[in-house]
Design a protein around this ligand. Sequence first.
Ligand SMILES: CCC1=C(C)/C(=C/C2=NC(=C\c3[nH]c(/C=C4\NC(=O)[C@H](C)[C@H]4CC)c(C)c3CCC(=O)O)/C(CCC(=O)O)=C2C)NC1=O
Length: 169
Amino acid sequence: MRDAVTKLIKNYDISGRYLDRNAIDSLQDYFTSGKARVAIATMISGNAATIVRDAGLKLFEEVPELLSPGGNAYTTRRYSACLRDMDYYLRYASYALVAGSMDVLDERVLQGLRETYNSLGVPIGPTVVGIKIMSDMLKEMASEAGIENTSFIDEPFEYMNSQLSEVSV
Ligand SMILES: CCC1=C(C)/C(=C/C2=NC(=C\c3[nH]c(/C=C4\NC(=O)[C@H](C)[C@H]4CC)c(C)c3CCC(=O)O)/C(CCC(=O)O)=C2C)NC1=O
């Protein structure tokens, strides 16, 4: 598992290069956004339960058939599994935000996930909607808290969504 800095150093070390302009620029980006990343992570930790609950409510409002007989979140066991998954996505997104790298998502969350979902009939489309709702909620909370640059918040959520949606070949 790597963060933005160790990942960059590894790439330069492989080819025995000193850090060049590109490296310095990307390091600078990472450190400049560092305070905001930590602020967002703090915001997530302090509000995780609320974010997951409200995002779940909104998802089930948008896709009510999930909760009807035959829907994948029907029965309390599956309903809870769904919210637990949302909680995983939020928690790991907070790690990826702090790391400035998506490696942790590849290693801990996404490996084999699509196959698991497909074999259990967990629908990917609404999962993607749920993940997007959490990301939008967070950006709103962040701008309400006066954090100016909120564009990087989408990154881990969009990454998970693109990996989940990828059509298998
Ligand atoms: C930390 C990394 C990690 C992830 C991501 C993870 C996901 C994950 N979600 C699962 C199930 C599930 N996931 C859902 C989720 C949903 N159903 C819906 O209709 C909604 C669209 C969606 C919620 C947004 C449901 C309902 C199940 C249970 C399915 C079943 O057992 O029939 C399972 C199968 C095993 C189990 O039930 O625990 C896994 C492995 N597990 C992990 O360890």
